[in-house]
Design a protein around this ligand. Structure first.
Ligand SMILES: NC(=O)c1ccc[n+]([C@@H]2O[C@H](COP(=O)([O-])OP(=O)(O)OC[C@H]3O[C@@H](n4cnc5c(N)ncnc54)[C@H](O)[C@@H]3O)[C@@H](O)[C@H]2O)c1
Length: 308
């Protein structure tokens, strides 16, 4: 089938493009190249802003069956500094992508959300039906996108699935994203630079491998999971201190981080429950953290072969 992937040049988007092509689908990518640098061969790329109304005109001509919407302003910190800029890309952009899907007569939109929408939850791992408590413009923009997707389903009959991602890591990730810490530790440890852990190292996150994440997207592009919010995480909490040890071991580097004062606004703990995703999509996070980190470090080493 013909698919449209926004954010196709980004970290997760480029892996999704690889996966869709491998599955025999045709891919049209949309990306303004503001941060994404991964343009895959064999992909028709529309270099444009997701909030550009011309997107609907082009989509109406190409008529993708499924739209995977990943393009976003991805930084929580930038969203606090520039909430209107965040809303332009993440809220207006999502409304525009939904309008493009309507103009194209698409069957389904797969919308990319974030576990940030849960804020400080009552219990961990967070189930997908937990109360949404966005605590940043970025998180609020993801809630808004999901509300818009639900509205397009009711108003225009375009199906959607929201995939709520934990901290995604893997080859091609950059330090700016939500799981940027893996990339920051990897780059510093391979280069022999000092590393910093904020707070006492007990803060936790749920790390999910990008190969598993794009498997969830590929499944969500089918008939299953319609109208649902589904968590794409492992349900397992990993502390910052343990993550440092794991990356150091994979990099063959000393496990000696410096400790810095905690950062204002950082959530103390996060993990999201993937069990309803298994029921809906038959999806499981198959990659254990140690293996995924080994792949990530190997990729970073290959990119810069002077490193030990
Ligand atoms: N990486 C994570 O851990 C994580 C966690 C939760 C949710 N997400 C979500 O997953 C999606 C992909 O994130 P990623 O980590 O691959 O980030 P990324 O920055 O690598 O990819 C985002 C892509 O969108 C493009 N883009 C940004 N603004 C655009 C605009 N206005 N118009 C067109 N293209 C634009 C960028 O050039 C980039 O290629 C995002 O929606 C993000 O919010 C990521």
């Amino acid at each position: 089938m013909l698919t449209l992937v926004t954010g196709a040049a980004g970290f997760i988007g480029s892996h999704l493009v690889d996966r869709l092509l491998a599955d025999g689908h045709e891919v049209v990518g949309v990306d303004d190249r503001s941060s994404g640098a991964n343009v895959q061969p064999g992909v028709e790329l529309w270099e444009m802003d997701v909030s550009d109304p011309a997107l609907a005109e082009r989509a109406a001509v190409r008529r993708p069956e499924v739209v995977f919407h990943l393009a976003a302003q991805v930084s929580v910190r930038l969203s606090v500094a520039d909430p209107l800029g965040d809303a332009r890309t993440n809220v207006v952009g999502t409304a525009n992508v939904l309008e493009a899907a309507r103009a194209a007569g698409s069957r389904k939109v797969v919308f990319t959300s974030s576990c940030a929408v849960y804020g400080v939850p009552d219990a961990l791992p967070v189930p997908p039906d937990a109360e949404l408590r966005p605590a940043s413009p970025y998180a609020a923009s993801k809630v808004a996108g999901e509300v818009y997707a639900g509205m397009y389903r009711r108003l225009h009959g375009i199906d959607f699935t929201t995939l709520t991602l934990a901290n995604v890591y893997g080859p091609r990730q950059t330090p700016e994203g939500e799981a940027g810490v893996v990339s920051i530790f990897t780059d510093a440890l391979l280069a022999g630079r000092p590393t910093k852990v904020f707070g006492d190292g007990a803060q936790t996150r749920d790390y999910v491998y990008v190969g598993d994440v794009v498997d969830a997207f590929a499944r969500a592009g089918g008939e299953a999971g319609g109208g649902l919010r589904l968590n794409v995480g492992t349900g397992v909490q990993t502390t910052d201190r343990d993550l440092h040890s794991l990356v150091a071991a994979a990099a063959g580097a000393p496990d000696e981080p410096e400790f810095a004062p905690p950062r204002l606004g950082d959530l103390p703990a996060m993990a999201i429950d993937p069990r309803p995703t298994r029921e809906a999509l038959g999806w499981e996070p198959g990659t254990v953290l140690r293996e995924g980190l080994a792949e990530t470090v190997a990729w970073a080493r290959d990119r810069n072969p002077v490193r030990p």
